[in-house]
Write a protein that binds this ligand. Structure first.
Ligand SMILES: NC(=O)c1ccc[n+]([C@@H]2O[C@H](COP(=O)([O-])OP(=O)(O)OC[C@H]3O[C@@H](n4cnc5c(N)ncnc54)[C@H](OP(=O)(O)O)[C@@H]3O)[C@@H](O)[C@H]2O)c1
Length: 316
């Protein structure tokens, strides 16, 4: 390991509200004694909280190359969490271009997903593929972790509102049993890649598997058991789910975009009709090795979010 490996780590996506992997990655880096800087789009309360925890913040935007030059100067590692949203090809191209111009060789770890491909039916997955290809072709020292599982946090984002209000939720996954992972466990994989780059030295692109496979009926059963409510799952077509998500998006505080809806519903439908290009296996032991603790199950996740799923508060 060279002394350069102990330089600052730059975080894109420190303020996330979906998986929020940036916050967990920062926690792990700080515990390991690394100095951390973060690019924030807005200098708001979340930026102030980062500063109070010892993170140096720099206002910038991955879509504005000019702001990335000072941010990337002198860093030895970079973590990229881009949301499930359009625009990631430009974002990754800017990172690649600035690193190329600086002539530096930071280790860049990209939080990506298992369905990324140049010809994917999801626009977001195609954009990731182009951006990742640019990083590799410009000679950037990059590790892309295409996490091959859905985040449990998707259930919170897409379904907790209707579960709270009606006890019923619907989508086009049908009876399929996709692989799942907590964003916390995924973040631990990214932290390991940053702290111990040799872990993934074999290839710039790797496909970490998830923790457990669950159908949405099983998800409904677990939420029912953990909240004491009768929660039911219904199959609807992709078009019907697009309609529901589009109607609900206005209340998502900007988190749910048309690109995310296209992405999520397409991959759900492809899981349902067995045309998905993602790996479907799971490997709990690989996750435990990376994080040094048992991975979080979906049941644990629901226990942490009982109120969001409408559980009646327990008597003190
Ligand atoms: N969800 C899943 O099922 C799943 C599964 C496997 C892998 N993944 C991967 O996980 C990634 C998302 O990670 P996450 O959930 O940790 O993200 P997240 O919680 O959505 O956070 C995204 C972060 O990116 C920041 N950001 C957005 N646009 C930016 C820009 N133009 N310039 C700089 N920063 C910007 C946001 O800042 P603001 O606070 O300003 O918005 C936020 O801090 C996805 O790209 C996907 O490939 C997801």
């Amino acid at each position: 390991m060279s002394s350069n490996d102990q330089g600052p780590v730059l975080i894109f996506g420190a303020t996330g509200r979906h998986g929020g992997t940036g916050a967990r990655v920062i926690e792990r880096l700080k515990a390991a004694g690394r100095s951390v800087r973060a690019v924030v789009r807005t200098d708001d309360g979340r930026a102030e909280q980062l500063r109070q925890s010892g993170v140096r913040t720099m206002v910038g935007n991955m879509h504005d190359r000019r702001t990335l030059v000072p941010a990337l100067e002198g860093v030895s590692s970079v973590y990229v969490a881009y949301p499930v949203a359009a625009g990631v090809a430009l974002a990754l191209a800017n990172v690649a271009s600035v690193i190329h111009e600086l002539g530096s060789s930071p280790h860049v770890v990209v939080n990506s997903h298992g369905t990324v491909a140049l010809d994917s039916p999801s626009g977001i997955s195609r954009e990731f593929a182009i951006g990742e290809e640019l990083l590799v072709r410009l000679g950037v020292n990059v590790t892309v972790l295409r996490v091959s599982a859905f985040f449990y946090e998707n259930v919170l984002l897409a379904h907790s509102g209707t579960i709270r209000e009606t006890g019923v939720f619907a989508n086009c996954f049908g009876d399929s049993r996709p692989p799942w992972i907590s964003a916390t466990d995924a973040a631990d994989l990214f932290a390991v890649a940053l702290l111990e780059p040799s872990t993934y030295a074999g290839s710039p692109i790797v496909y970490p598997p998830g923790y457990e496979r669950l159908s949405h009926q099983e998800i409904a059963d677990i939420i029912s058991e953990e909240t004491g409510r009768d929660v039911r799952y219904q199959y609807i077509t992709q078009d019907e789910w697009i309609g529901q998500l589009t109607a609900a998006a206005v209340h998502s505080g900007g988190l749910v975009s048309d690109a995310m809806i296209q992405h999520l519903t397409t991959h759900a439908r492809m899981t349902e009709d067995n045309t998905t290009i993602a790996r479907m296996d799971v490997d709990p032991s690989a996750l435990a090795t990376a994080s040094g603790r048992p991975p979080l199950s979906f049941r644990d996740f629901v226990k942490q979010h009982r109120a969001a799923f409408g559980a009646v508060p327990e008597e003190p």
